[in-house]
Design a protein around this ligand. Structure first.
Ligand code: AMP
Length: 413
């Protein structure tokens, strides 16, 4: 994240207690989205911002909202701010960020997400009844609590929809609208989205009032990422992955596969090769997912294999290598995944396995990032690479656009 101007956080009208929180986080200069969004949010206007994960968007809304909440008459036992997010992982991550930033600020927060057991639901219920200044929630779980009658959203002053495009992709639109109906109309609403498809604009028109638009999206991976592809046949992919990972002394490697079944297959193969790994997909219990993520974050295991569920929004510092075992379905997802490396000022490597059947998706990615990705020769023991320029043999209608009818990406993750 490069800053061409030399504004400081203090220049953005942030107060002492918030500035202290910023120093707890170790941030020195605001990122472009922070520079653009913080003054607007402080002034109370609605904002629609196109900003990808990795741009510092979380702090771009949390910092000014924290300041606004502290200035406003605090009303104990009432929820002041609601942040809606697509996944439990993102909810937890934002809550952790908030706890760091609010280290010196008297603010309470609560993450509400699905999964877990009945006891978890009860704990969330008790916390909701007690109230918190900021609630970070996945729409489905919040709606379950709302339907039981003890959550009061009647005092909400600020609403944030984070990763809005993702929430729409996951089919949360009706839940979101039901939740919004329970809030006062005179609130501040902020929408953050990595992409701006027409559905997002339609939603924005419904829920925002004369929003200021901030558009800093760069559909390109950060400059520090070294990208490469292997042209490989499907049945050689696990061998390629093993040879890529064996003997590497890298500390953090994220492997993304398209389906749960593939994650399981990769797990078997890597364990057989005596590689220590952790796995995440939607069949795992919430506690298992958290444990896998923790092991990966604290570096007690260096390889995490996952489906799409962790590709966005998860804040893991300094990933050394991202492997796309399958070419992501959407070109934008490629950018998000590759965005796991080279976060903030770090550098990283992203490798993608491309079969002849997936070559058309690679073309879409290269169009989006406006550059060709370097082809790396296969290790000799894996034989010859397939020719990716040959006309792909695929069934008509095989490529489904994001948001096309009936296709719910979360089902497979
Ligand atoms: P986000 O886009 O919110 O997921 O943030 C991406 C990463 O950048 C996170 O690790 C943040 O902690 C970090 N970050 C956010 N703002 C700054 C900043 N001003 N300076 C340095 N790092 C930052």
């Amino acid at each position: 994240m490069e800053n061409t101007e030399s504004k400081t956080f203090a220049d953005l009208e942030l107060d002492g207690v918030i500035l202290e929180g910023i120093s707890v986080m170790g941030y020195t200069t605001p990122t472009p989205v922070q520079e653009a969004a913080i003054p607007q949010i402080l002034h109370g206007v609605d904002v629609i911002a196109c900003a990808q994960t990795g741009t510092g968007k979380t702090a771009a809304y949390l910092l000014p909202l924290m300041q606004n909440i502290l200035i406003e008459q605090k009303n104990n036992h009432k929820v002041n701010t609601l942040i809606l997010v697509p996944t439990r992982e993102l909810a937890l991550q934002i809550d952790q960020n908030l706890q760091g930033m609010a280290y010196y600020a008297p603010l309470s927060s609560l993450a509400i997400y699905g999964g877990g057991d009945g006891a978890g639901f009860e704990t969330q219920k008790r916390a909701l009844v007690d109230g918190a200044d900021i609630i970070i929630a996945t729409p489905g779980r919040l709606l379950s609590h709302l339907s039981l009658g003890y959550v009061d959203l009647g005092h909400i002053r600020h609403l944030v929809l984070d990763e809005s495009d993702r929430m729409l992709d996951m089919g949360f639109i009706d839940d979101i609208m039901t939740i919004i109906k329970q809030m006062p109309a005179n609130r501040q609403t902020l929408m953050f989205s990595a992409t701006m498809p027409s559905e997002i604009r339609v939603l924005a028109r419904k829920i925002l009032k004369e929003p200021v638009e901030i558009n800093l999206a760069v559909s390109k991976p950060a400059a520090g990422v070294l990208q490469g592809i292997y042209a490989v046949f499907e049945d050689k992919k696990t061998d390629l992955l093993v040879s890529l990972l064996e003997g590497k002394s890298l500390q953090s490697i994220l492997v993304f596969a398209s389906t749960k079944r593939k994650v399981d297959q990769i797990e078997k193969k890597l364990l057989k090769a005596k590689l220590e790994i952790a796995c995440i997909h939607s069949d795992y219990e919430q506690s298992e997912r958290e444990e896998a993520m923790l092991k990966f974050k604290n570096k007690s295991v260096s390889i995490l294999v996952a489906t799409d569920i962790v590709s966005r929004g998860i804040d893991i510092e300094s990933i050394d290598l991202v492997v796309n075992y399958d070419v992501p379905m959407d070109a934008e997802d490629y950018v998000h995944r590759v965005g796991r490396t080279a976060r903030a000022q770090n550098t990283g490597v992203a490798i993608t396995f491309v079969t002849p059947e997936d070559a058309y998706r690679l073309v879409k990615i290269e169009d989006l990032i406006e550059s060709k990705i370097r082809v790396i020769p296969l290790p000799p023991h894996l034989g010859a690479s397939p020719d990716l320029t040959e006309k792909p043999k695929r069934k008509p209608g095989g490529f489904r656009r994001k948001g096309s009818s009936g296709f719910n990406k979360s089902r497979n993750s």
